[in-house]
Design a protein around this ligand. Sequence first.
Ligand code: MN
Length: 435
Amino acid sequence: MKIIHTADLHLGQILYQSYERSDEHAHFFQQLECWCKQHQPDALVVSGDVFDIQQPSASTRKAFTDYFVQLHLQCPAMHIVITAGNHDSASRIQADNAVWTLANTHLIGVSPSIDLLDGPDGWQDNYIIRLENGFIVALPYMSGDRQRQIQSILDRVAAQNPQHLPVVLMAHLAVTGSDATGHDFEIGKIKTVDLKSLGTGYDYLALGHIHKPQTLNHPEDNFTDTVTYPSPAARYSGSALHVSCDETYPHSVSLVEIDQAGGNVNIQQLPIEQLRHFYVLPLDGSSFLSDMDALQTIRDLADQGEECYFRLRIDRHTFLPDNFNQQIYDLLAQCHNRLRYNPKHLWTGEGDDDAEHQKLVFEVAELQQMTDPMVFIEKTRDQYPDLDIEEVRDAFEEIKEEIRRHDEEEKAALIAKEAEKAARKANKTNQKQPS
Ligand SMILES: [Mn+2]
């Protein structure tokens, strides 16, 4: 069984409030199409965060459709399996599944709820994709403990698999011990999931969520092109694009071959060529000591004609004029906006005001994307040492549930009112009718 594994496409992403990335995504999909044609995998799996936001624009949705229809037309025998990540709307991803199966594409958005375990078996099949030479268990992003549901699905696969065909499990979460370099959260502050809780019975765990490509428990292999492991192996393919300046490592998709259940897992990294690089200036690793130096370096970079993103590393004691950012934007406009600017500086150097500077500061764009208050609380929880995060999480869940119930009641009341109105009207008409 051969698969191509990618994740975290973040289609529709807008960086630093200004820059849409559709040409970068197009460039990625061109490469993906070439790899699919060249390697003819049994399946292409996309482990969550297909879109960057819950309600992507019409043009982003169109791009999604165009890319995957094109992949299907080029490789009609290849299954495409796409799961929802935490950035995606579970129900929106799932909504068009019936149509997409006509194009050999499976969209799995909604995660298995706990009460399914009390009901009759069969629900597990919604998460099992049977290929000619293997199985894919497609789990979308899940919050809370789903250990029993996962094992139940894997057990059902085992029962359907007397020939010992390979089994691939997809998931979108942060596994404890994974390397989250480049993410603005640190593992430990966010909820991580123990690898053991994802059950047994799979040969390859195709993970999404962490943007750095890595095979779990094998950091020494991070930059090795091809490695073979005994089953099971668990891997983050990494994101399709660099999502921030801090992701300084190379990105890739994973070509995975499994000979049989419990056999060998061969993983090859296919390096992704990025349309725009991310740079931190100055490139020599030092820090700017004056605004004029910074502006000159940006001008030099612009003169080289490369299209790229950049961020500035500035010594904490440097004086920056109030209109510093505006000067940079003006400069960029002069060079036709080929350069893309991240206005959040990296500050270096010691100072008496150290503590002040180390306080967590968010960009406006970051805050705008934090639609879930829990995300904000988790990112700032250091500042509230007495906070019981589980309690807060439960409280928010309760509130969400309350709102949902309220909405439902309101809807029901509205429907009842409409029905009453209709009945009254019908009554009136009846009375008017001559007997
Ligand atoms: Mn994610």
